[in-house]
Design a protein around this ligand. Structure first.
Ligand code: ADP
Ligand code: MG
Length: 211
């Protein structure tokens, strides 16, 4: 699905280059749950940005279905993120003036699919609530529903459990795993207990894959 070949991302830290990712080789296979484990600052977010085309590599290549992401124009990359990819972040970003159901619909898609997803995520009785009327775990499950709407080919999750207690974190990962259909799931985290159900786990340290 996605192939990263010797991919690097360099930030300019006031004139000094900082390698957030260095020569990473990695493949995301169709339908798999790939876990990426690493401490804070190891380059997890940067690697997700590269794999998902949110950032263009400073070196090396990322290919999606055989096509170099660097060769796509901004519009194509945006289309990819909208249609083929789903995203979940550490903090549940929801629009405060929209209900849970309306927040799911923001990613574009049918009302009945959105309602079905909320149902699967055990939120159907709360679909009409505003974000501040939901718990942290419920808010993150709304984000899961939003990311899964439209059955993306790859779902990227950047420490989706970091703002939750352990039980709610485990619940969110289970929901993501179970309801992603045939899509791949790429989840980065510093917490190995969140990756117990992953098909494969790779480790990241100082921007490099260590195993
Ligand atoms: P993680 O998600 O694992 O915490 P990041 O990918 O956010 O790691 O960051 C990896 C490294 O890149 C860190 O050393 C961080 O300080 C550095 N970094 C991240 N963003 C920037 C930036 N915009 N400018 C300079 N350095 C950055
Ligand atoms: Mg991060």
């Amino acid at each position: 699905m996605i192939e990263a070949c010797s991919v690097s991302l360099v930030y300019d830290d006031h004139g000094k280059p900082v390698y957030a990712c260095k020569d990473v080789d990695l493949e995301v296979r169709e339908g798999e749950f790939l876990g990426i484990l690493g401490p804070s600052g190891s380059g997890k977010s940067s690697l997700l940005y590269l794999l998902s085309g949110l950032k263009v590599p400073s070196g090396g290549d990322v290919r999606y279905l055989g096509r170099r992401i660097a060769d796509m124009n901004d519009e194509e990359r945006a289309g990819l993120r909208l249609r083929d990819f789903g995203f979940i972040f550490q903090q549940p970003f929801l629009l405060g003036y929209l209900t849970a159901l309306e927040n799911v619909l923001v990613s574009g898609g049918g009302r009945s699919q959105a309602a079905d997803l909320l149902d699967l995520l055990a939120l159907s009785d709360k679909a009409h609530r505003l974000p501040h009327e939901l718990s942290g775990g419920e808010r993150q499950r709304v984000c899961v529903a939003r990311a899964l709407l439209g059955q993306p080919k790859v779902v990227f999750a950047d420490e989706p459990t970091a703002a939750l207690d352990h039980a709610n974190g485990v619940h969110v990962v289970k929901m993501l795993k179970r309801n992603r259909g045939t899509g791949s799931l790429v989840m980065v985290t510093h917490d190995p207990t969140m990756l117990e159900e992953a098909d494969r786990v790779i480790r990241l340290a100082d921007g490099m894959v260590t195993e």
